[in-house]
Each structure stands twice: as C-alpha cells, then as structure tokens.
Design a protein around this ligand. Sequence first.
Ligand SMILES: Nc1ncnc2c1ncn2[C@@H]1O[C@H](COP(=O)(O)OP(=O)(O)OP(=O)(O)O)[C@@H](O)[C@H]1O
Length: 780
Amino acid sequence: MAASKPLPDVISNFIDKVSATAIPAISATAAFHARTQRMRRAAFAVALAGGALYYVKRQRQTANRKALVTGGESVAIGDEPLKVDRNKIKVAVDRRFLKQLKYIWAICVPNWHSKTIFILVLHTTFLVLRTYLSVIVARLDGRLVRDLVAADARSFGKGLLYWFAVAVPATYTNSMIRYLQSKFCISLRTSLTRHVHDLYMENNTYYKAINLDNRIDGADQLITTDINRFCTALASLYSNLGKPVLDMIIFNYQLARSIGSTGMWGLTVNYMITASVLRAATPAFGRLAAVEAKLEGDFRSAHSRLITNAEEIAFYHGAHLEHSILTRTYYRLIKHINKIYRIRIAYNMFEDFIIKYSWSAAGLMIASIPVFYPEMAGARSKAEELRLAQMQAADGSTIVSQLDRKTGSRTQGFITNKRLMVSLADAGGRIMYSYKELNELAGYTYRVYNMLRVLQDLHDDRYVDTGNSTGEGQFSIEKINGVIDYTHDGIKFENTPVVTPNGDTTLIRDLSFGIAPGEHLMITGPNGAGKTAILRTLSGLWPLFEGKISRPPAGLNSTLYIPQRPYLAIGSLREQVIYPHSLAQMHEAGKTDQDLMDILVKVYLDYIPAREGGWDAVKEWKDVFSGGEKQRMQLARLFYHHPKFAVLDEATSAVSTDVEALMYSTAKEEKITLITISHRPSLFKYHKRLLRVGEGESGLDWEWETIGAIGGGASGTNLSRGSLLTPSFEIEIRRLEKSVADVQHLKKRLEVVNRELGLTPPSTDKASKDELKHAKRTLI
Ligand SMILES: Nc1ncnc2c1ncn2[C@@H]1O[C@H](COP(=O)(O)OP(=O)(O)OP(=O)(O)O)[C@@H](O)[C@H]1O
C-alpha cells in the first residue's frame, strides 16, 4: 500500500494549486471586463505575476522531485546498471544545517581563546580596514574627476599623491585577507582532522566503520577530501559573506548621506525583491555538492582497490573487468558533474542579469537623485549645495565660474556615489553568489557532520541497524548483552553464541570452553564455520550479543593476534619486526638490534638485514618479501613481544613444515600459550586442547577434546557437552592410517584377481612383475 501523505501537505498543496490557478484566471477575466485602460493593465499585470510565480514554484518542485528520484536511481552506463544509494541525502540551508554547523564549529573552536578565534579576529580587522579603504578610494576618485572637470592641476596632483598613499595599505590589506583566509581554513581543518583521527583510531572505530555499521562509506575520502572541502567552503564563505555584509552597512550609511532616504528605500526594495527572486530560482546546489563528493569518493576508492590488489588482479588477468569498473565509476561522476554544469548555465545567466545589469541600472537611477531632485538628496549633498551658494555670495563670482564649480561638485558627488553604488552592487552580488556557496557548504556540512556523529557512535559502541541485516536473525546490533571480563588469567567462553556483526547469522551456538596459561589450544573446522569469528569476538572486534568471555587485559604482552593475511607496515626493516612498537618503545623495552637479529635466527630470516641493506632500509615490504617470509616476519613479532597468549590464525600456512615445527617448539619453550587455527593435523601435537567447530547437522555445534587423551573429552567435561564427545584425534589418526593401509592391500588384491582372469594385460615392466609375484605370495 502506498504511504498516505500527511494532512498538512495535502491541504497546502490544494491551497497552492487553487491559488496558483485561480489568481491568474480571475485576473485575466478581470482584464477582459475592465472598463478603463489602467484597470485592464493592472489586471493583466496581476495575472502575469501570478502565472510567473506559479511557474517558478513548479520549476523548483520539479527540480526537487527529480533530485529525489535521481537519489535512488539506477544509473546505466555501459552494460550493467550500478546502484547508487543516494536516497538519504537531504540537504538545504535550513535550521538543520545551522545545527550541524554549530556542532562542527564547537569541535573546531572549543573555546574563545583558541588560535582559530585569534585568526578570525585578525581576519575581521583586515576586512573592516578594506571596507574603510574602499570608502576613501571612492571619495578620492570623485575628487580626482572633479579636479579634472574643473581643470585644477594642483588639486589633481595632490589627489594623485593621496591615491598612491592609499594604494600601499590597500594592497597589503588585500594580500593579508587572502593569507588569513587560508590560515583560517588550515586551522579549521587541523582541529577537525585531529578530532576525527582521535575518534577513528581509538576503540577500533576504523574497523567498526567498515565491518559493523554501514552508515558511512569511504571514510578515507571523507577524512582526506570532504573535511578539506568543508573548511575551504566555510573559510571562503566568511570572507565572501562577512566582507559584503560589512560593505553593505558602511556603504549604505555613506550613500544615505548623499542620496537621501528615498534613494535608500529604493535600494532596499530593489535588494529585497532580487534576493527573493534569486532564492526562489536557486537550484538545490547543496544536495548536488553532497552527491558529487560521494561519487568522487567512489571513483577514488575504485582506484585504491586496484593499487592494493594489483598482483592478484594481474594474475587473474582481471584488467578488463577492473577497467570497466573504473570507467563506470568515472562516468557516473562525470554524468553528475555535467548535470551540475547544465543547471549552472541557466542559473548563472539569470543571476548575472539580475545582479550585474538590473542592479547597475537601479544604481545609476538612484545615484542620479541628487542631480535631478536636489530636494530629495541626502545631508552631505545638501551641505555641498549650501557651501557653493555661500561661496557664490561671498566672492561674487561670475556666472561661468559658478557653473564650473557646480558642475565639478555634481560630478564629484556622482562619481563618488557611483563608485559606492558599484561597490554596493558588488557587495550585494557577492552576498547573492554566497547563497549558492552557502548551499554547497550545506552539502559538505551534511557529509562531515554525518561522519562525525557516526564515528562518535561507533567509538562509544552505539550501533544502528540501517537495514544491513535481514532481520531474520536472533540478534540485533542495537541490543548487545554480552560481557567481556578483562581480569581473568586464562581465556574462558561461557554460553557465548558467535554471531556475524549484523546479528543475522549465528555461526556457533552456545560456545563454552576454557584454557589456562600453558594449555595450548587448537581450533579446527570447515571453511566459514566461524573459527576466526571466535577470535574476533574474543578481541572485541565483533559484538558479543550474549554470554560472557573472560580474558587477560588487552595489550601486546597479554594477547597477540597473528592474522591470516600478513601485514607489513610503512617504515624500516626494524619496524617490521617490532610492529606496532616505535623505535622509542623498543629502546624503552631495553631491546637492541642484536636482540632483533636473535629473533630473526629463530624464524630463519637472519639473512634478511644483509640482503635488504640493514635495519634502517625502508621499502615497500609487502612487495619485497615472499609469502613464507611475510609469515615468518609475523612470527618474529611474536618472539619480540613475547605475549602470554598468541593467536595464530593459519599464520604458518606458507611456511615449510620443518621450519614450522621448529618455530612451534621455540614458542612453547618460551612459555607462550598458543591458540592455533589450522587445518594441518601435523600441528595437533603441539597443543593440549582441541576445539572443533562446524559440527552437527546444522554445522553450529562444537566439540571439545583433550589431544592425546584416550577416550577424549575427559578433561573438558566441566565445560563441554558430553553428548558431543568423540574419540581423540590420535585414535582417529590411527584408525585412518589403518584404513589407508587396507586400501593398498585391497588394490593389490584386485590387481591380482584381474590378471588371473585376464582382464588386465600382463605388465612388461620388470619391477611390476616382481611386485605382482610378491603380492601373490603374500595375499593368496
Ligand atoms: N563482517 C562480516 N559480516 C558478516 N559476515 C561475516 C563478516 N566477516 C565474516 N563473515 C562471515 O562469517 C563466516 C565465518 O567467517 P570466519 O572468517 O570466522 O571463517 P573461518 O572459519 O575462519 O573460515 P576459513 O577457514 O575459511 O578461514 C563466514 O561465512 C564469513 O562470510
């Protein structure tokens, strides 16, 4: 069923439609029946105005609707449609925008004595100074033209000297304004980036933003590009809006003294009408800017993915497909940018017409007031007229010189007023243009605000189910009831379900087991059964929906996790071994390069420093080391940090078995308790306990055993489920080996029987013949 419209909307639409059609219709009828020419004209004017207003409103509504439809559209470029999720973008210069801006401002300027405020005050001082200098320049201009008209060379020369004297502070002021605008922008960006980095890097927020909550995508683009755009837009808006507003106040005051109150009223009315017309005609630039920023992010992340996975893609010959993905993301962006440009053509024409041409005409008309209607002029013009009249009475000058003086004075007044008018029109224009910028700022504000709020939520472990989950699961990301106790000596799971972060899929039911230090544990099970998921839940990366986990406090020397995919950091060779320690921390821990070399001996990598040019060599290590070397480098970290518990998630899959065996023995000798996830039976012997997941018909059950204990499970009975106990692995291995031996035996018997029956041609190979003879002897 379609959602019904709220009543106020329905009523307001009805009123809109009736008034929009009724006003022009009634006025047009009145025009036909009007008795006098004047009445007819008036009725026509009302009909036209009503029609024009309705048209403008419809245009805006259609544009808004189109933007909303585009918000959820499937943009088809190339063969396949790519879904763009832009439904939720609602951006406008409204109260919500101000609230968002206030929130961000509080982060940028935490108190009134911060550096940003100092820059802002200095910036404002220079803006005031520039406005003051503009007034001086306008007056000087008028004076120079007056002296030219009056052919007064001395005064003209003096005026020129003043002109140059003003030029020095004026140019300095202009460049300082530009400099301080940039400083203001940098200061905002620094505060915001610092705040975001703090949020992002604490409490694994960067992990949660990707894996647990999909409210923001492309956090890298948001942090690197969108924050910068927001700060640039805000800083330039302050300049572009602050200065013209100041200009408007000062120039209006100056003009009022020349052109009088009638002129000022004219100016104000002109300003108000044009402002409302422009506002009505301004397209939704905020929303357009927000969508553009998102598409830029998509394009950029498509390129980053290519760089990160270059080798894999090259091996798969995936360039063709990747090329089409890049092209599609690029064309989606360009299609949107082109749309913005097309919208801008019509808007810029309209804006220029209003601001440049109609305002200039209005300005000229108003500036002519003191000339044509001296009685309507302002105080300064009247005082000038009075001064001229007094001079005329005092010196008894001739008619010609009186006229000269009058013309000179009017020219000065007109030029000064015109300059002020031009500056005023410029200021008004910039305020109008700023509306467009304000809209764009609203778009960036929306994105930055959204990112800040989501990061804060994730940082504080507040999640929102944004429709990511199917809702079919037993759990919800919004309700997390599990407890992690960080004060335990060993590791213990009590009735803990292991569930994917969206709460949809339970991977393991009711997991309960415990190990003490020294009880090495091996976790095994089919792919996708949730082995790594157990460790994600243990380390707090995935939510613990129910149950209790007890573990040692978090820290490198408490529990160290060695992941499936080796990670090599940016930095020197030394920093690969000590990661995530810094050099200072290494020194603090009392470790030397010789200690590091001893560690490399343990993992059979002692040839690396000499091969790579020493401990300080800096390279792209992920491209330098082979797969096995990368894994051994990770194990070197294990021996460096020497944790109480080490979690090895398929961490030796690329290492040869003999080296692997030596490393396991060393780790055990060094009293590191191992928790290994692996499918390799050769590793069983290094562990005491075995947890098998993916058991039972549903694949959600688990088994707990003691490795090497005949009639297994005895030592795990306190926590394990008796009904699920199986013989230990050792028994199973023996049983399997016996079965394999039987297979050989039966194969040979089959061969003999076949030969006897003549179903297989006799072998000519001597070795085979001998083998057959031997088989006959032993089997028959
Ligand atoms: N962020 C996530 N959101 C939802 N499901 C996820 C997420 N990460 C992993 N999964 C799913 O959880 C399941 C268990 O993943 P896990 O990595 O624990 O498997 P595993 O048992 O370690 O498998 P393998 O032996 O292949 O490494 C998989 O089906 C996987 O697709």
